[in-house]
Design a protein around this ligand. Sequence first.
Ligand code: G4P
Length: 290
Amino acid sequence: MQPDFEKLALTGWYPGHMLKAGRQMQAKLALIDLVVQLLDARMPSRSRNPAFEAAFGDKPRLVVFNKADLADPAATRRWEDKLRAAGEPALFLDAHTGGGVGRLLPLVRDTWEEVRCQRGTVRPMLRPLRLLIAGIPNVGKSTLVNRLAQRHKAAVGPKPGVTRQVQWIPLQGGVELLDSPGVIWPRIADKETELCLGLIGSIHDSVLGEELLAECLWWRLRREAAVNWPLYALTACPENVDGLLHAVAVRRGHLLPGGGIHRRQAAVDLIQDYRAGRLGRFTFDAPDAT
Ligand code: G4P
């Protein structure tokens, strides 16, 4: 049976620290020349916040996509084609291993030169170009900051809204990076978007509930051709989420006496397997749909 996610109310969750993060972000904007807006390659549309983009004002910005290692490579290529056709840069990164990160600073410099050219600025810039990385929670902002700063011990974590104190990190090519990513609250247009943002960890699991997230994931995976179903000793997508959670529970030993399962624990494992890429690589926003 098709789940009707839209019948479920939006949680309306907007934690106080996000309001604070928004204010801090506005204060940071005054200090910087260019914003790198980091999106999630698995959801290039849903991880964007158009309302926030408006709040950037005329601040030059560059949009890049992280976690490309978890996204469907074919869909990424279609996104790249679409972005290039629109005259936008198409940089897909894997901040975890560093894939593509080397292309970021040259792109930042090119974008900045273009901006200066459009503004008719001819004087050489005598100070470093100041950069801020911003994005919704959990897209990998801290990981990218650490990667660029070549730090390997990181204050990264799955908790939405983790940020650090303000400091400038000198990078190559006369660029300085604000050592504190800007946090943008995700734009939650409808229930399915809220659930998708939950799947990528931008909203706390406890807000939406792991079992509902698991149902959303099952619903999305059943449309995917290349899912690693053998992970749960399956050959195809089960008919419903219960079938899937049952298979996960059997495989992982989340069984109750009498034949029942620890449903929530199975849901937690399923979501973790998805987030770690163990089920395969998926892109849940189609480039053609936007
Ligand atoms: P944020 O600042 O935007 O909130 O995100 P953060 O850097 O804290 O990263 C969130 C999680 O995403 C971290 O995993 C991080 O390692 C992971 N991550 C960041 N970039 C990439 C990427 O390009 N690919 C993949 N696969 N993962 C990425 P974690 O499980 O919370 O922490 P850890 O176990 O890696 O330490």
